[in-house]
Ligand binder design. Sequence first.
Ligand code: ATP
Ligand code: MG
Length: 280
Amino acid sequence: MSTLLSADNVTVTFTGGTLGRRQVKHALDGVSLQIGEDPPAIIAIVGESGSGKTTLTRLLLGLMAPTGGRVSYRGKLLSEMDRAERLTYRREVQAIFQDPFAAYNPFYRVDRALLLPLQRFGLARNRDEAYERIREALTVVGLRPAETLGRYPHQLSGGQRQRVMIARALLLNPRIIIADEPASMVDASLRATILDTLYRLKTEKGISLIYVTHDLTTAYQIADHVLVMNSGKVVESGDPDSVILNPQHPYTKSLISAIPSVDPDVSWGLDDDARVTAHG
Ligand SMILES: Nc1ncnc2c1ncn2[C@@H]1O[C@H](COP(=O)(O)OP(=O)(O)OP(=O)(O)O)[C@@H](O)[C@H]1O
Ligand SMILES: [Mg+2]
């Protein structure tokens, strides 16, 4: 299996602090992750707030450089790519962010957000061909082109905006989509639709996904591989059954015990005193 995207032993250190006190923050501390060319896979990165998930995705997207370690695509360090290699990498590795509204210019119709990347990468010969590809991509993500095109971002629902972003990524024929909390700002039913869309991109289009989330439940549902992060380190890594059903690391166990149970017969781990306190 040849490797597409790879982070090897990456470290990110932020220095800051005030009043002469130099503070050093290790946002990432020796993290490695690989995505192979084939078969396509979904890797979930889970961990609490501040554990380093977004920092890791920013490295993988080339939005920042690691303090230590290496990030490479198709065997080439991001920092050493020539123009053509960088263009390929920029097209083949796409991002979807938590807040899709932030990706739009509110003064332009959503069409523009879809036309620009096609133009930038020279992927359509003319406007008609561009619109044809856009309609196709919108359909793949479950949107009706006629009800989506021509609208302004605020005229779409949060779930629709997020799916337009997925369509936008899809237009570029990516190999990998990196999605940082892609469904955390929409309600539960839309979350399921968005995750289902991303899952189908793997099975139907062969696109791998790096799925960043706080939510172990959805990670368990869609991932082939789960990576648990805590304080900038990967503390557990493996297939979802072993990581989530049979966690080894105390941190993973605590994350799992924090999932609210919907079964009234399953104890929440509160002892009687705590239960009395919790109920006043
Ligand atoms: N530009 C920065 N300057 C200083 N510290 C930073 C910077 N970016 C992130 N950090 C710190 O690095 C750590 C990891 O942040 P990161 O955003 O990667 O966490 P996260 O796992 O994505 O959290 P969340 O789930 O809240 O999105 C945090 O302690 C954060 O405060
Ligand atoms: Mg984050």
